[in-house]
Design a protein. Structure first.
Length: 265
């Protein structure tokens, strides 16, 4: 039986010791991590308490958000100035003195795929096609169970006709992205370099809850001991490359608040 990694909140002292005296640099997912999963993306609102904790933590150490959401949507939902934001799974990065976009030449391919998806899915109740600049998310949370396979077949047909795109999955969604060797893990490495955070005094920490966050967990794990820490938000056992876990967004907020106390002290 697969067991979840130890809880970073329940075993906080052990987690703090694992930092080895280094300053943490946080890379945070949004949906399912600091905002509870909702039926529609616009309903996944980050609680005011979580925003306050993020603002407080950012005064003590580097904080960035790395999300599948479109960049402008992500910054509006988090609404904390002065942070670094990476939208569309890291294809679109922005922060103070930082601006980078990966895959601009694939936007036309996404435009074609978006039109095709609407043509195939607009007749299926509950199917939601969410366009981002560098990705398209197809949400199935509100699709009736017998029709979910129809959505999956339609998405596969579209991506087969667009070889410059690739399909990934997640919680009740499919996503089309540029077929490039780029993901949240590579985005974290790019941010570490761009922000001057590579080195022995910084400990990268990534917190996320979904399949696409595993790219970041694996990337940090591949850096070897002391190269970074992955924390998976998970309600039950699952295969993960993360070394620690948290139960839900409320516990993530409580954990970050406790860590802010610890850093301040």
């Amino acid at each position: 039986m697969t067991l979840p990694p130890p809880s970073a909140f329940a075993e906080f002292d052990s987690f703090a010791a694992s930092l080895g005296g280094r300053t943490p640099a946080f890379f945070l997912d949004y949906d399912g991590t600091l905002a509870a999963i909702a039926p529609r993306p616009e309903l996944a609102v980050m609680p005011a308490e979580a925003r306050m904790v993020v603002r407080r933590l950012s005064a003590l150490c580097p904080v960035a958000f790395v999300s599948g959401r479109d960049l402008d949507d992500l910054t509006a939902m988090v609404a904390v100035d002065g942070l670094v934001y990476a939208g569309s799974h890291g294809f679109d990065l922005r922060g103070p003195d930082l601006r980078r976009q990966v895959g601009v030449e694939y936007v036309a391919d996404l435009d074609i795929a978006e039109r095709s998806l609407h043509g195939r899915l607009d007749g299926i109740a509950g199917a939601l096609v969410e366009r981002k600049r560098f990705a398209i998310a197809i949400h199935t949370r509100q699709v009736a169970a017998p029709e979910k396979s129809m959505v999956a077949d339609a998405v596969r047909a579209v991506v087969e006709a667009q070889p410059r795109l690739r399909m990934t999955g997640g919680k009740e969604l499919f996503e089309l992205r540029p077929n490039l060797p780029w993901d949240k893990g590579r985005a974290v490495l790019a941010l570490l370099d761009a922000l001057g955070l590579e080195g022995a005094i910084t400990m990268p920490i990534y917190i996320g809850d979904d399949e696409t966050d595993e790219d970041a967990f694996r990337t940090l794990a591949e850096r070897g001991y002391g190269g970074g820490i992955g924390i998976r938000v998970m309600e039950g056992p699952a295969e993960t490359a993360a070394t620690w876990s948290l139960h839900d967004p409320a516990e993530v907020t409580a954990f970050l608040d406790r860590l802010a106390d610890w850093l301040a002290g």
